[in-house]
Design a protein around this ligand. Structure first.
Ligand SMILES: [Zn+2]
Length: 92
């Protein structure tokens, strides 16, 4: 069995629960958005995901000052693990 050649990417717009527009993001596969891979961010509207942050650092929404995500390094790749309770609308 071989994998399909085309990765099923969906480009999503992700908002904070407070309404702040955060990201255009190329999500791979189905299912809910749990983590953000830094390399798949198409646009970072506020710049908070583009800064160099150490592992374990929190990403804070510039509008409501609540924690949106935490920085993690998984298999050598930088990812943001989302705080599900603080993620608002996700739009295609
Ligand atoms: Zn917010």
């Amino acid at each position: 069995m071989s994998k399909p050649l085309k990765a099923p990417f969906r480009t999503l717009t992700v908002f904070c629960a407070c309404g702040e527009k955060l990201l255009r993001y190329r999500k791979k596969g189905k299912g809910r958005l749990v983590k953000i891979h830094k390399l798949r961010i198409a646009k970072d509207y506020t710049g908070i995901f583009s800064r160099e942050l150490p592992e374990g650092e929190n990403v804070i929404c510039p509008s409501c000052e609540k924690r949106i995500a935490t920085v993690r390094k998984i298999n050598g790749k930088w990812v943001f693990k989302l705080n599900q309770g603080q993620i608002g609308m996700i739009r295609k």
